[in-house]
Design a binder for this molecule. Structure first.
Ligand SMILES: CC(C)(COP(=O)(O)OP(=O)(O)OC[C@H]1O[C@@H](n2cnc3c(N)ncnc32)[C@H](O)[C@@H]1OP(=O)(O)O)[C@@H](O)C(=O)NCCC(=O)NCCS
Length: 162
């Protein structure tokens, strides 16, 4: 459902820190078949190559975190590890803002390319990535397994940063 423009909310992004880790699993488990645990998120964020951003509603601190993205950059190539927006906050531009923040950071770091894998049945995510300039460069059959779709393939997508 689209929010009418007169009730449009604004969201601010901040780099993810270890203090954000406890809030991540609750958002992640809204959609992922095997959600990552707090300790898995913590171990990822401890890695020097891993960074991310959290989205929060401006002027409404009680709402807490409403979305986040995690990415890894090594040797000029980057990958999206995960991106998720709370179901109640979707289609308000948060996913786009999170991905745009990663792209900006990667441009600043002079990275060459950004890769990701996405379930071939995940139309919202694929639409978002295509809109951001990602193109398909591969396909991994039977890569995911969900109660809803059974085994599904993964699209490997790439965004040139040069
Ligand atoms: C994918 C996801 C992060 C998108 O977040 P979002 O905040 O709802 O996306 P945005 O509002 O920024 O959408 C930006 C654009 O993406 C596309 N898009 C997003 N959701 C869409 C949908 N349900 N159907 C079609 N296009 C969609 C549209 O082009 C949209 O622009 P528009 O609203 O002006 O038409 C969100 O759906 C999500 O958390 N999904 C579950 C987790 C997941 O699948 N993560 C990706 C794993 S690879």
């Amino acid at each position: 459902m689209r929010i009418p423009f007169w009730t449009k909310r604004d969201y601010a992004l901040q780099p993810l820190t270890s203090e954000d880790v406890p809030a991540l699993p609750a958002i992640h488990e809204e959609d992922f078949v095997r959600p990552w645990t707090e300790s898995e998120f913590g171990a990822l964020l401890d890695q020097q190559t891993v960074f991310g951003f959290a989205a929060r509603e401006v002027g409404n601190p009680r709402a807490g975190m409403v979305g986040f993205v995690l990415a890894r950059l090594a040797a000029g190539e980057a990958e999206i590890l995960t991106v998720a927006v709370s179901r109640s906050r979707r289609r308000q531009g948060i996913g786009w803002q999170l991905m745009d923040a990663v792209l900006r950071e990667l441009h600043a770091q002079r990275a060459e390319a950004l890769f990701l894998e996405v379930d071939e049945t995940n139309q919202p995510a694929i639409a978002l990535y295509r809109r951001l300039g990602f193109g398909q460069v591969g396909h991994r059959p039977n890569y995911y397994r969900s109660p809803e779709h059974g085994p599904t393939g993964a699209l490997v997508m790439r965004r040139d940063l040069r």
